[in-house]
Write a protein that binds this ligand. Structure first.
Ligand SMILES: Nc1ncnc2c1ncn2[C@@H]1O[C@H](COP(=O)(O)OP(=O)(O)O)[C@@H](O)[C@H]1O
Ligand SMILES: [Mg+2]
Length: 436
């Protein structure tokens, strides 16, 4: 086994919420980053990936467990560990050269030496000639190159990249990723290990020696998939496609269960997070699956390509369709149920009917809102009531998102109406009249 560089041992971290209660973000995180490896970390947004990176960089302290760097407990920012962020965080009034030099300056390195090292880092990352440019004169891809040069100039032992390619357009991101891999393979950088947080499954499989899948609430490493392929890798090769399929399988079985998942196995509770899946998105995905030659069975990675959804968005749509009994998941494939097939064939009115019925049966939050309205069909209910309820079990962002989704779904299923101006939820017009 290669030498460990950074070790997390049963690490826990909580943050205080707005209402003063503590929320556990990471719990029992075990992870070792070793010499010579690139590791990718995938997981839902909000699952604690950035928090884990900040712990590893010594930017924040763990509440429990241990963080070791080269065998010693980490107290404060470690010299050998550099981070690259999604937002480039460059100083707008400083030139590329000065932005790259900043870390060295902070360490008290003499001007001449730091200028030399910054020039070398700028050249390494392909920005020669732009030393005197200001950030606003650069494209997004070039700005991120400055961000990376700023990390590399420190000659870090460990490079932590937090969604470093996410803000870039696809081609720019790929190019930069390839350049970094080439620097890594050629040994022109002294970096011994790289950890990349990504929300792009293909990116993870193309870069990493191991792909870790993070679980949410609280965050911890749930699964690990070794990638034993040499680099550079061919994105269309059957090995890479197969691994991408496997990661999809791992990620979908996290919210649901391993192997084939039937609609009955997915049971939501009233205060659970809902998948962020708008109806329009679900419909697009359903139509694409229905168009597959193999009678409504589609491969998730292929759906990403055809629907242009991000991985996380498609995973949310898949969990929503499963939840509603319109589809089941099977080892990285999604398959329409008979009801899903009926839905796709149906006209709009019948679709809404099916949707509404499934909501009442499978989404407790929607059923609860509807039940509240039925108690007093002429009455209105304010959304805040439900938000307060959700806040018992979810953080603010997840509560807002769950209620927004429940309302969108319920309106589409003709279970209630909602006023965006007043935040009031009421019975659909048609039913309210029928009851009077
Ligand atoms: N400094 C902080 N104070 C309070 N809550 C925080 C802080 N940093 C992160 N969180 C919360 O911790 C959770 C995980 O955040 P983060 O690590 O950024 O997740 P990810 O990077 O996986 O999207 C989120 O719910 C976030 O709101
Ligand atoms: Mg993050």
């Amino acid at each position: 086994m290669a030498t460990p560089i950074v070790e997390l041992k049963s690490v826990g971290k909580s943050f205080r919420s707005a209402d003063g209660s503590a929320r556990s973000v990471l719990d029992g995180v075990d992870f070792t980053l070793r010499e010579g490896e690139i590791v990718a970390l995938l997981g839902q947004s909000g699952s604690g990936k950035s928090t884990m990176l900040r712990l590893m960089a010594g930017l924040i302290a763990a509440d429990s467990g241990e963080v070791l760097y080269r065998g010693l407990p980490l107290h404060g920012p470690a010299d050998g560990i550099s981070m690259v962020f999604q937002s480039f965080a460059l100083f707008p009034w400083l030139t590329v050269q000065k932005n790259v030099e900043l870390g060295l300056e902070a360490k008290g390195m003499p001007a001449e030496e730091r200028a030399r090292r910054a020039e070398a880092a700028i050249e390494l990352i392909g920005l020669s000639g732009f030393e005197g440019a200001l950030p606003r004169e650069l494209s997004g891809g070039m700005r991120q190159r400055v961000g990376i040069a700023r990390a590399l100039v420190m000659e870090p032992d460990v490079l932590l990249m937090d969604e470093a390619f996410s803000a870039l357009d696809v081609l720019t991101g790929e190019r930069l990723r390839e350049d970094i891999l080439e620097l890594w393979e050629s040994g022109r950088i002294s970096t011994k290990a790289i950890l990349v947080v990504s929300h792009n499954i293909e990116e993870a499989v193309m870069m990493a020696d191991r792909v870790l899948v993070f679980a949410s609430d609280p965050g911890r490493v749930r699964d690990e998939l070794p990638v034993r392929l040499s680099r550079p890798r061919e994105v269309e090769s059957s090995e890479v496609r197969g691994l991408i399929d496997n990661v999809y399988g791992l990620m979908t079985t996290g919210t649901l269960r391993a192997g084939r998942v039937t609609e009955k196995e997915v049971k939501l509770r009233l205060g659970d997070r809902l998948p962020e899946a708008e109806v329009a998105r679900m419909e697009v995905v359903l139509e694409v699956i229905a168009d597959e030659p193999f009678l409504g069975r589609a491969d998730l990675p292929k759906l990403v390509a055809e629907t242009e959804l991000a991985d996380e968005e498609l995973l949310d749509v898949s969990s929503a369709l499963t939840l509603l009994g319109l589809a089941v998941l099977d080892h990285g494939d999604i398959i329409l149920t008979p009801l899903g097939q009926q839905y796709v064939r149906a006209e709009n009115i019948e679709r809404k009917e099916i949707f509404g019925r499934q909501l009442l049966e499978h989404v407790p939050l929607v059923a609860y809102i509807r039940h509240g309205l039925e108690q007093d069909p002429s009455g209105d209910l304010h959304e805040d009531m439900f938000l307060r309820l959700l806040r018992f079990s979810l953080n603010e962002a997840d509560s807002n998102s769950a209620l927004r989704i429940a309302i969108e779904w319920g309106r589409y299923g003709d279970l209630f109406e909602y006023s965006f101006n007043t935040g009031v939820i009421k019975m659909p017009e048609s039913e309210a009249v029928a009851r009077e």
